[in-house]
Design a protein around this ligand. Structure first.
Ligand SMILES: [Zn+2]
Length: 89
């Protein structure tokens, strides 16, 4: 049996074929959940579901849209927020 920490469902199980043609189970971290809009909660597009070590090697422009509030608000909420800020000043 595998070591105790691997028995939890924190890790997903992947069947891998080894060079000796045996199938073994490998344990990998699960992907984090989808990024959501901070205002309405809708799923953000163009924000990857990747683990921190994968994000580390990714260019910044691949991690979120390059616009104000990119990766924080959805486009509709961003527009509403900008309009609200302009009107308040
Ligand atoms: Zn939103």
């Amino acid at each position: 049996m595998v070591e105790g920490k691997l028995r939890s469902r924190t890790f997903r199980r992947i069947k891998v074929k080894t060079p000796g043609a045996r199938v073994t189970v490998h344990y990998r971290r699960r992907k984090p959940n989808f990024a959501e809009c901070g205002n309405c909660g809708v799923r953000l597009k163009a924000v990857p579901r990747a683990l921190p070590f994968e994000l580390k090697n990714m260019p910044k422009s691949a991690k979120r849209p390059e616009r104000p509030f990119g990766g924080v608000l959805c486009s509709a909420c961003m527009r509403a927020e900008i309009v609200a800020r302009v009107r308040n000043d």
